[in-house]
Design a protein. Sequence first.
Length: 146
Amino acid sequence: MYSTFTSCRTDTRHFTFSLLTTLSLVASIGCDHEPDYLHPGAPVSITILSSGTPVAGGQLNLSGQGGGASLDAQGLANLEHVPYGTYKIILLAPEPDPVPPEPGTAAASAAAEVSFPKELGSESTTPLSITVAEGTENTFTLDIAK
């Protein structure tokens, strides 16, 4: 009976040690990344045009840790905090509405009207870029038709 008690006690110690080791490992891995707001940066406004006309709808993403925002009706994307640096701009068409329209009503066509050249949808092929710098306004206007 003594050996059963000792064995149970040893199993409990091994379990406790394993649990503490795992928790320590998870905690140390999670502490490597600093949130973007801790890096110096600035608010950024980007207007996307096509032949001088605002592109309404779609998603604008910045490469790396730059973030992203939706394009509004004026083709404007506002990002609250972008760390200083140079970023490639990736443009994605809006996703179609997954809910079909009610019978007898017209489907929303905004998503179908907005499209971007394929090269703008990938970080490796987009020619669009911006540099966010300290002491500047960080307001950009880009025409994708040029």
